[in-house]
Write a protein that binds this ligand. Sequence first.
Ligand code: GN1
Ligand code: MG
Length: 354
Amino acid sequence: MFDALATALTQAYRQFTDAPLTIRPFGEGLIHETLLVSQLDKKWILQGFNDSVFRFPERIDHNLGLLSKHAAIHPLPFQLPLPLLNTNGSGLTAIQGKNYRLFDFVDGSTLQQVQHPAQARMAAQAYGKFASWSQQLSAEGFEETIPNFHRLDLRFARLQEVANQLPNIPEEEQALLQGYLEQLPLVNWYQEQRTHLPLRVTHSDTKINNLIFSKALSQVEAVVDLDTVMGGYLMYDFGDLVRTVACSLPETATDWEQVQALPELFEELLAGYLEGLNGANTPLEAKSLLLGGEIMTLIMGLRFLTDHFEGNVYYRVSYPLQNLHRAKNQLALLQSQHGHRDRFANYAASLQKG
Ligand code: GN1
Ligand code: MG
C-alpha cells in the first residue's frame, strides 16, 4: 500500500539504506497523517503534512528555527523533535503531490488518558518547564502558524455565523448550539483577560498525547507537535492539559452522562504546572489558569460543532456525526468544570499559602 512512498523516501533521505521499509499508520492525530516507518531495527515518524490547515509552512520553519537555536544554548530536560532534512536540505519532501516530514522516532509511551495522578503532575511539570524556558524568547519574534488559532471570541462568532446560514437545524443540535451560545460570559471574561495578560511563547496543543513518556512512564522524554508553537497565553497551555487530563473520559467518548471533570487531577496539574513554571508567571497569569480548562474546552467544542455544521471539512472523523458527538462531550466537560470553580480556587489559594 505504501510501496511508492517507501521508494521515494529511500531516495529523498540519507537516513535510509537499501533494506526494505515498512510503513504503517500510527497515533491519534486529527490533522496531519502520521505513519511509522521502520527499517531493520530503526524507526522514524513520517507525517503527511496537512497544508490546508497549515497554510504557512515557512512560518513553522521560522518558529522551529528559533526553538532549536534556543535549545542549543539552554538545553531542556526533554527532546523537542524537529523535522529531519532531506538531501535538498529541506524539512518538507513532496511525494506524489503530498508534502511529508520525517522525524526521529522517540522511543517511549504515549497516553490518551493518565492512569495515575503522578503522571498528571509530570505532564504538567513538563509543559510548565517548556513555558518558563520559552519565556526567555520574545513572543513577537514568532509567527502565527494558524492565524487567530485560539481566539475564543472569533471561534464563538464563527459558530454563530455558520449556524445562522443553515436553513434548519435538528432539535437536538439546536439544544447543543444553545448550550454553547450560553457560554458568552466566558467569552467576555476571556476578552477582558486579553487586555491584561502578557503574550508568551506557548505550545498551543498541549494535549496529553503530545508528550512522549519513558517506557516505564517515569519521566517525559519529548514534547512533540510543535507546529502551533507561537504567541499565546499560559492559560491556553494549562487549559488544554486540563481538558485532556482532568476528565473522566477522552474527547471521543459518547457516553456523555459519564463525562466529567476530575478535580483531584486538576489539582495535580495546577501544582505541577506551577512547579514547572518556577515563578516565571505574573500573579494574574496564575489566576487565569483557573479558567484555562473551561476556555480550552469551550474553544474545542465550538470548533467541533462548527465543523459539524460545515460538513466535517477540518477534523478527521471516523463516522459522520463524530464532530457533533465531540461537541456534546466537550460541553458536558465544560459544565462539569464550571461546577468545580470554587474548589479549584480554594486549592489555588492553599498552594499560595504553601
Ligand atoms: C488537533 O492534530 P492534533 O490531534 O494534534 C487540533 C487541536 C485540537 C485537537 C483536538 C492544528 O490536534 O487544536 O485540540 O485536534 N490541531 C489543529 O483533539 O487544529
Ligand atoms: Mg497532536
